[in-house]
Design a protein. Structure first.
Length: 665
């Protein structure tokens, strides 16, 4: 809360012959968007109209006025947009952001003496009071004291003269309330007792931070055999098909040299065969570390050509940033102090009980040489940014100090504000949210494990209707190289369609791990979420031309995302009631309640389900319409629906979802 402050001392004010002024007399509370009272920056996207709200009030019956002041990364002066009273002293307004980088905004509020006087005058006149000459004189003096340039000052003087004239009372009251006069006063406000809030930070990203579709691929598997790696040139041949499916980001797991010490074999065995390629996250060998590429993939020049080819197809390459090393990484010899040593002198390898990663050493952030270490880690990002990379997927950031990430992201953004960071932190909610607060652009989520109607409703409500929307941008992934859920293992092809639609149409940012379109679903063991013959441990060449591929369906879903702008926003999601716990129904609608899209999903991949919808027509902008068309963008089928209650039946053997464009007839 912004409290009152004294300006000056009573004695000195009287000596100077002016009235005592209370500064901060107007209260400003509960400002949004703000994150931890302004400790961290809220998030926006270029082109947004940032919605601002605040509780603003003062004692007594006087009315107040308020504006938003804001400025962007260009460093120019403050610009202003009005705040308007809604209900219960809550004020709302918006301001535009047209550049990437750091923005700041604050709220100014003051007593609107003329509006307060006019409100009192109206009430007295409506009550039939006729002796209002003194009141009108007060209004005239308020107009005359208003500072304004010519000719505005002359217009105010003319209005004051009318208030003092002997014209009929009703005409003088009408003159005091003249819209042109009120607009003039609004253009030249009188801010005698202005309260200024603290400044609130806002970080503005490019659109890909909120709206993007990712495709994860291991380049070594493209053009590979069971014993021979593919290359960047081979992987480039896959890019046109990925672009054709409608993805815009291709994410590569680590592309660096892989260590041989304690190398893992197929299916995570401890004994690797000579032809086993090892785990890409076991980074570093005699060929180099985090700034080198695996020689089997090619050279840095080959990588540059791969990035250029991706751009030619409208794709952006994202790289993995994993702060860990194999025992063969050059750092182990050059900087042994960067690693944790056990009492027997050995270096502690990575563990996530019960998982053990004997082929990987974590970095010790308690090293006395922390300054050198963190500068070296920043240099890795600088290196890849120099090779055209502007998106990084960060491996397990929750296992590294939060102050380090806050420093690193701020340093990178100082020079490259368009760089984005995806947090891979499947951990406790508060830690996930903390990483988002301190600068991560997007985050993996618990979506993969939210399967029931109640689970999905609760989780999406948390992500779209609470304060986390100010800083947390979710990215929904049905699968990853580490996550093969039971739902996908046992649900058959319909399960892959269902989870794709939920990820891609409920959330602006989503991703798929390659093989999803081929329904890869075999687990290494019952109860495990690890893939059988996981690509983490071996090459995995695939037959992308299979006739039963899900690729055409993925293409259709991504086309819908691209064509209908409602899918670019997170907070416009709305759940509608359906009388069946196996059917989920939600809509996406523009802010002005136009272009509604209704998504109806059968969550049961094995059985047909039917139910009656109970639509909130007002939310869809259809409350005043009669029959309306529900056109299924999946099957190109048109239905005529009537009112809120309509019958739906979804057979997973045909299509388990409706994606309905609604339009009044």
């Amino acid at each position: 809360m912004i409290g009152a402050k004294w300006e000056g001392q009573p004695g000195s004010d009287r000596v100077r012959g002016r009235a005592l002024v209370f500064k901060g007399r107007v209260q400003i509370e509960n400002v949004s968007p703000s994150v931890d009272c302004g400790r961290y920056a809220a998030k926006g996207i270029v082109g947004d109209q940032v919605a601002v709200g605040a509780d603003i009030f003062r004692e007594g019956h006087e009315l107040v006025a308020a504006v938003i002041q804001y400025r962007g990364p260009s460093g120019t002066g403050w610009r202003e947009e009005p705040l308007r009273l809604d209900v219960n002293d809550r004020w709302h307004g918006v301001f535009p952001v047209d550049g990437i980088g750091p923005w700041r905004y604050r709220i100014l509020a003051w007593t609107d003496y003329y509006a307060s006087w006019l409100d009192s005058l109206r009430k007295k006149h409506l009550a039939g009071q006729v002796d209002l000459d003194v009141d009108l004189e007060e209004g005239a003096r308020l107009l005359e004291r208003r500072h304004a340039p010519e000719p505005a000052k002359r217009a105010l003087s003319r209005a004051a003269a009318i208030l003092r004239s002997d014209t009929p009372l009703a005409e003088r009251v009408a003159a005091a309330n003249d819209p042109s006069l009120l607009r003039l006063l609004s253009a030249h406000p009188e801010r005698l007792d202005v309260t200024t809030s603290v400044e609130f930070p806002l970080w503005v990203d490019r659109e890909a931070a909120r709206f993007s579709s990712w495709y994860e691929m291991f380049p070594r598997s493209e053009g590979a055999t069971a014993t021979r790696s593919g290359s960047f040139a081979d992987a480039a041949k896959r890019l046109p098909a990925i672009a054709e499916m409608g993805f815009d980001v291709v994410y590569l797991p680590p592309i660096h040299p892989i260590g041989r010490s304690f190398r893992k074999g197929r299916n995570n065995t401890l004994q690797a065969e000579p032809t086993d390629p090892g785990v890409p996250w076991a980074i570093g060998s005699e060929e180099g570390g985090h700034t080198a590429v695996h020689p089997d993939l090619g050279t840095l020049d080959d990588f540059d050509e791969f990035v250029t080819e991706a751009r030619r197809h409208g794709l952006e390459i994202a790289l993995d940033f994993a702060i860990q090393c194999s025992p063969d990484h050059p750092w182990v010899r050059q900087h042994p102090e960067w690693f944790k040593h056990r009492p027997d002198g050995t270096i502690q390898y990575a563990e996530n009980p019960p998982k053990r990663y004997q082929d990987t050493y974590p970095i010790d952030f308690d090293t006395p040489d922390i300054d050198t270490l963190r500068n070296e880690l920043k240099a890795i990002l600088d290196h890849w940014i120099g090779h055209g990379i502007k998106i990084f997927r960060v491996d397990n950031p929750h296992t590294k100090p939060l102050p380090f990430w806050e420093w690193l992201i701020a340093e990178i953004h100082r020079e490259h504000p368009d760089v984005l960071f995806l947090s891979e932190a499947f951990t406790r909610p508060k830690m996930m949210y903390a990483l988002a607060k301190l600068g991560f652009s997007q985050s993996y989520t618990y979506f993969a494990w939210r399967n029931t109607k109640q689970e999905l409703t609760d989780y999406l409500t948390e992500l779209t209707r609470t304060e986390v929307t100010n800083f947390f941008r979710p990215s929904f992934w049905p699968n990853t190289p580490d996550i093969l859920t039971s739902y996908l293992q046992h649900g058959g092809p319909p399960a892959f369609k269902i989870r794709l639609v939920l990820a891609a149409l409920a959330c602006p940012a989503y991703g798929l791990y390659s093989g999803y379109e081929l329904y890869e679903h075999l687990a290494v063991a019952p109860g495990s979420e690890e893939y059988l013959d996981s690509e983490k441990y071996q090459y995995r060449p695939r037959d992308w031309g299979r006739p039963d591929s899900l690729a055409p369906f993925i293409t259709k879903i991504n086309r819908i995302r691209s064509e209908y702008t409602v899918f670019r926003e997170l907070r416009n999601l709305w759940f509608h009631h359906v009388g069946n716990d196996q059917i989920l129904c939600f809509s996406k609608v523009e802010l002005d309640r136009t272009n509604p899209i209704l998504v109806v999903v059968n969550l049961d991949p094995l059985h047909s389900q039917d139910a009656t919808t109970w639509l909130d027509l007002w939310q869809l902008g259809l409350e005043d319409s009669g029959p309306f068309e529900a056109y299924d963008l999946i099957t190109d089928t048109a239905y005529i629906w009537h009112g809120p209650t309509n019958y739906v039946r979804l057979d997973p053997s045909y299509e388990p979802v409706h994606v309905l464009r609604l339009r009044a007839l």
